[in-house]
Design a protein around this ligand. Structure first.
Ligand code: KIV
Length: 271
């Protein structure tokens, strides 16, 4: 029997049970009430309030500019819509990389002010002190390794990470470190599928991939990308389940034309 169909509320323990039973975990990003309500009703396991809100909601080129207050606004809107999914909230750039005490107070703000169920942080050994301190407060932490977009200016490009042995070994080391510290899951972004599968086999916690192949325990996509809202973004790993850009564009054009022609509103659409 599937764990997914049985549970009324997805918790970190449910995700662990899913991995133990070999049942794949589904995860999508969400940033606002209306979209999160549909995503949750569809039966998704995890909604990530990603700092990709910086790109898809605010139009920034990178995830770096989004602030803690802005993430809290998005996350609180999502939590108001969700009845079943586990809500993970990204800690934004600058809110956890320096001082671990500040990291903890920022994570506490997220939990108190949004009602979210956990936080996600990018990085391994270099941020382990912050991760451990947040975990001591009973806040579940999801890790994020591989292509970590908050470090884009260090990488210089969004190409696949850990193709070289050194970086691959460091990634495996970091994944084990995150597991030992007590993270409940790890996102692996844009790394070779074989390496991702190796990581998923070498740790017992769930590994959620994006551009990391099918040998991991679950998948995550940015909701705007999989719905085809942004028609300019088509990386190899992305499967588009719709072409909402075109559908929305033609709906807007039809509306404009109806208004201009006087066809809208008709007799039944007025008081
Ligand atoms: O912010 C985000 O959307 C993410 C996903 C790409 C995993 O971190």
């Amino acid at each position: 029997m599937s764990v997914h169909k049985d549970v009324k509320k997805v918790t970190t323990h449910v995700l662990q049970e899913m991995k133990n039973r070999g049942e794949k975990i589904s995860m999508l990003t969400g940033y606002d009430f209306s979209m999160a309500r549909i995503i949750d009703a569809s039966g998704i396991d995890v909604i990530l309030v990603g700092d990709s809100a910086s790109n898809v909601m605010a139009g920034h080129e990178t995830t770096l500019p989004i602030t803690l207050d802005q993430m809290i606004y998005h996350a609180a809107s999502v939590v108001r819509a969700v009845e079943r999914a586990l809500v993970v909230v990204d800690m934004p750039f600058g809110s956890y990389q320096g001082n671990s005490k500040e990291a903890l107070s920022n994570a506490i703000r997220i939990m108190k002010e949004t009602g979210g169920h956990s936080v996600k942080m990018e990085g391994g050994e270099e941020i382990i002190e912050s991760i451990k301190r947040i975990l001591t407060a009973g806040i579940p932490v999801m890790g994020h390794l591989g292509l970590t977009p908050q470090s884009i200016y260090k990488f210089g490009t969004y190409v696949v990470r850990a193709k070289e042995e050194d970086e691959a070994n460091r990634l495996i080391h970091d994944a084990k470190l995150l597991e030992e510290a007590g993270c409940f899951a790890i996102v692996l972004e844009k790394i070779p599928a074989k390496l991702a599968e190796q990581v998923a086999k070498s740790v017992s916690i769930p590994i959620i991939g994006i551009g990391a192949g099918n040998g991991v325990d679950g998948q995550v996509l940015v909701v705007h990308d999989m719905l085809g809202i942004n028609n300019e973004f088509s990386p190899r790993f992305l499967r588009k389940y719709n072409n909402l850009y075109e559908q929305m564009f033609s709906s807007f054009q039809a509306y404009i034309s109806d208004v201009k022609s006087g066809d809208f509103p008709n007799e039944n659409e007025q008081y």
